[in-house]
Design a protein around this ligand. Structure first.
Ligand code: PBG
Ligand code: ZN
Length: 325
């Protein structure tokens, strides 16, 4: 006598229709956010070698990039400016005529319906490349908060639909919330990079953008070994009033994504970063993986783990693969 299984999971896997009916999580381009890099003072877009298909746009080219994303079904973009007016403190980022304000206004004018999110940090605006004001060799948290508050109000005034502080300063959400409310922007949400690790997965992006940066961000970003502290960071930002929380990077941190999902009630974003993108692209170019299948499986894993929103350089391509209603 063969032993017979007492339950058959395979009953619900017996046809494509049955499998579709029983699928527990779903990927949709509604949830994608496309990062766009804009460098001032360049005359044509610059390709990023380690990230095939990703470029630093010119300021003049940004409207077209936003329109193209909209055509592809993308409804949200997050903007990164690469400054040529860097100084010790990143002051161009809170100038009303500075790069951050200009790219927000330009993206918003190109497609007014697009949700335009501003990445609020200083590393692309400081000559040392750190995410804030450096005092005695380290980023001064509270001095940076004051600048972040000003920068956020300027971003909101320029037309940003959402403010996304990415510098991992303590108290950044409270400081920005108070500044926005004080300036009449009570309705502008904050999407905090609440749990952001000091990760080697940012390598390709830094190679491409941060050429001036030497050193580490270990004194402000999270140690990759720390899961409890990672959750505490997101819980803290939720208390401070963050409207949306985030885990960054993505694929190596699914345990963190799940724990934030299970312990916080705000919507949750995940950032599939440059190194994740570069690894998939390189393996696909080498012919050793099926790019489409790997991308959809990776993005699907974020949904399964609990992400509501996915920031990904694959946004346009994945939207095309998923098809539009
Ligand atoms: C810094 C910043 C980082 C990225 C964009 N802005 C991380 C870092 O350098 O610490 C990386 C994005 C990516 O790797 O895709 N605020
Ligand atoms: Zn930064």
């Amino acid at each position: 006598m063969q032993p017979r299984p007492d339950f058959r999971f395979r009953r619900l896997r017996s046809s494509a229709g049955m499998r579709q009916l029983l699928r527990e999580s779903h990927l949709s381009s509604d949830d994608f956010i496309l990062p766009l890099f804009v460098e001032e003072g360049i005359h044509s877009a610059v390709a990023i070698d380690s990230m095939p298909g990703v470029r630093r746009h010119t300021e003049d080219g940004l409207p077209e990039a936003v329109r193209r994303a909209w055509q592809a079904g993308i409804r949200a973009v997050i903007l990164f400016g690469v400054s040529h007016h860097k100084d010790e403190i990143g002051s161009d980022s809170w100038s009303e005529r500075g790069l951050m304000a200009r790219i927000i206004a330009s993206a918003k004018a190109a497609v007014p319906e697009m949700v335009v999110i501003s990445d609020n940090c200083f590393c692309e605006y400081t000559n040392h490349g750190h995410c804030g004001v450096v005092v005695d060799g380290d980023v001064d948290n509270d001095a940076t908060l004051e600048n972040l508050a000003r920068q956020s109000v300027v971003a909101a005034r320029a037309g940003a639909d959402m403010i996304a502080p990415s510098g991992m300063m303590d108290g950044m959400v409270s400081a920005i919330r108070a500044a926005l409310d004080g300036a009449g922007f009570e309705q502008i949400p904050i999407m905090s990079y609440s749990t952001k690790f000091a990760s080697a997965f940012y390598g390709p992006f830094r190679d491409a953008v941060d050429s001036s940066f030497k050193g580490t961000r270990d004194s402000y970003q999270l140690d990759v070994a720390n899961g409890r502290e990672a959750l505490a960071e997101s819980l803290r930002d939720e208390q401070e009033g963050a409207d949306i929380l985030m885990v960054k990077p993505g694929i190596a941190f699914l345990d963190i994504l799940l724990s934030v999902r299970q312990n916080c009630s705000r919507p949750l974003a995940v950032y599939q970063v440059s190194g994740e993108y570069a690894m998939i692209k390189a393996a696909a170019a080498a012919g050793v993986i099926d790019e489409r299948a790997i991308v959809l499986e990776s993005l699907g894993a974020f949904k399964r783990a609990g992400a509501d929103l996915i920031i990904t350089y694959f946004a346009e391509q994945a939207a095309a693969w998923l098809g539009r209603p």
